[in-house]
Design a binder for this molecule. Structure first.
Ligand code: SAH
Length: 456
């Protein structure tokens, strides 16, 4: 059956942008049929051309602005929008914070949940905040080039100032790029699965200033190895760890499993809320250290710990929340699905002399049932799940264990709202305004902390 769509491809139209989607695109509706427009803000009158049609929606490109939003800022480089490095880079920061709060408010309303949402906790300087970069390397006009992919493609856009990364990281990437050019490393060619260097990854400790550089190569061979190591050491002054990571697969995954220390240490260190963490190339570590501290502090404050409580940290990663909480609790239990992360968590506990934290590898939803079966009675349950949110069985087990407080750290408002409905059914109520914390300025990611308390 052929569906009659209200617009056709290449059609030009003029209209007023009605809303901003959770992906940061403007939307104009023609007979209820939405057309998504990158770089268009609510209230702006624009002329656009329809570029792509599907049954349920279309994409368009703005050709001309007849009016501009008071919330629009001049993004100095359009490439930040094109690549998705900063999909909200054209929106003033206070409006970004309001946008993130509104996403949660709208989802709550749709679910008929009447709950207050606090103002989004933002950054004073919402740029150059990331402590980690993973930059693809490609051949462009005969030169090894670093940059970022255009949204939805593998076309590399050359970029030197990445806008949201620690500037010292940008400098390190350029230094490594120049060394790679000098020693004629060949950039990886996806199509033919040839070439040496695939990705350059750099991490820098926010407090420690230790820098880790990871060269992701297709094979273990690295010609001019000694010269390359010496040149990178010379040009990256804060270098603490230089790693070669071998990724021989045809894959979109950035890192392989094989690491070789080329120079220095196998890990770098940094601190979060006064706890030392060792970070290896494959470890998950929060990318916005300043806001992570505020996020965790919010969670810790809401738990109101006085040293007498038992706490479960489900989805604990390398134990960042668990170890920050341990100082204020009697006993902490962490569970996480990635074995390497749990190994890091145990090491980090030992390294900090923390003896009241225990870590288990497993699925949170299964481990919760096991703990429940052996009679563990936590006072506080902290959850920090991935985007898909909580498994229903976890909420069920939590309901049976009956912790007084549940603290839900969420990176996806849609699953948060779904799970809050389920927690209510399990006998919990939200007892403080939901607190959004901006972990990723200039992007559309929304993190928040919600306190639930058991109804007696
Ligand atoms: N709290 C940590 C990590 C949060 S990210 C921090 O702030 O650093 C979410 C974590 O959940 C990831 O480490 C991921 O590996 C883990 N994870 C994903 N699915 C899981 C599951 N079913 N059970 C336990 N952990 C899971």
């Amino acid at each position: 059956m052929k569906v009659q769509l209200p617009v056709h491809k290449q059609e030009k139209r003029t209209g007023v942008v009605a809303d901003l989607t959770y992906q940061g695109n403007g939307v104009i509706k023609v007979d209820h049929y939405p057309i998504f427009l990158p770089n268009a803000l609510p209230g702006e009158e624009v002329t656009f051309v329809v570029t792509k049609l599907t049954k349920n929606f279309a994409w368009g490109r703005v050709l001309e602005w007849h009016s501009k939003s008071p919330d629009r800022v001049d993004l100095k480089d359009q490439r930040y929008l094109q690549t998705g490095i900063a999909p909200l880079g054209h929106l003033a920061y206070p409006a970004q914070l309001a946008f993130k709060r509104k996403l949660i408010v709208d989802l709550l309303q749709k679910a008929h949940l009447d709950l207050p949402v606090a103002e989004t906790m933002g950054m004073k300087r919402p740029d150059h905040y990331r402590n980690k970069a993973q930059v693809p390397v490609k051949l462009i006009r005969g030169k090894l080039t670093t940059g970022f992919y255009k949204r939805g493609s593998h076309d590399l856009v050359p970029i030197e100032d990445f806008y949201i990364q620690d500037p010292k990281i940008d400098q390190a990437i350029l230094a490594v790029r120049n060394v790679a050019r000098q020693y004629r490393l060949t950039p990886y060619d996806e199509e033919h699965h040839r070439g040496d260097l695939r990705t350059i990854m750099v991490r820098r400790g926010y407090y420690s200033h230790q820098v880790m550089v990871v060269l992701v190569t297709r094979t273990a061979k690295l010609s001019h190895r000694e010269e390359i190591v010496a040149a990178i050491r010379e040009r990256v002054p804060e270098l603490t760890s230089l790693i070669q990571n071998v990724n021989g697969q045809r894959t979109n995954k950035l890192l392989g499993l094989e690491n070789h220390v080329l120079w220095g240490q196998a890990t770098i260190e940094d601190q979060l809320l006064g706890i030392d963490f060792k970070i290896s190339p494959l470890s998950f570590y929060q990318v916005n250290p300043q806001q992570t501290e505020r996020l965790y502090q919010t969670a810790i404050d809401q738990a109101e710990l006085d040293g007498s409580q038992t706490v479960i940290d489900a989805y604990c990663g390398i134990g960042t929340i668990s170890l920050a909480v341990a100082k204020h609790a009697k006993q902490v239990y962490g569970v996480e699905i990635v074995p390497e992360a749990i190994a890091d968590a145990k090491q980090n506990a030992e390294y900090n002399g923390i003896e009241n934290a225990e870590f288990v590898v497993g699925k949170a939803e299964e481990q919760m049932q096991k703990w429940q079966a052996v009679g563990l009675k936590p006072d506080v349950l902290i959850v920090d799940p991935p985007r898909k949110g909580l498994d229903e069985s976890l909420i069920e087990a939590a309901g049976k264990m009956g912790p007084q407080k549940v603290i839900y750290v969420s990176c996806n408002p849609a699953t948060l709202v779904r799970d809050l409905v389920r927690f209510q059914a399990a006998g919990y109520r939200v007892s403080k305004p939901i607190q959004p914390v901006d972990q990723f300025p200039q992007t559309t990611h929304v993190e928040s902390v919600t306190l639930l308390e058991k109804m007696n």
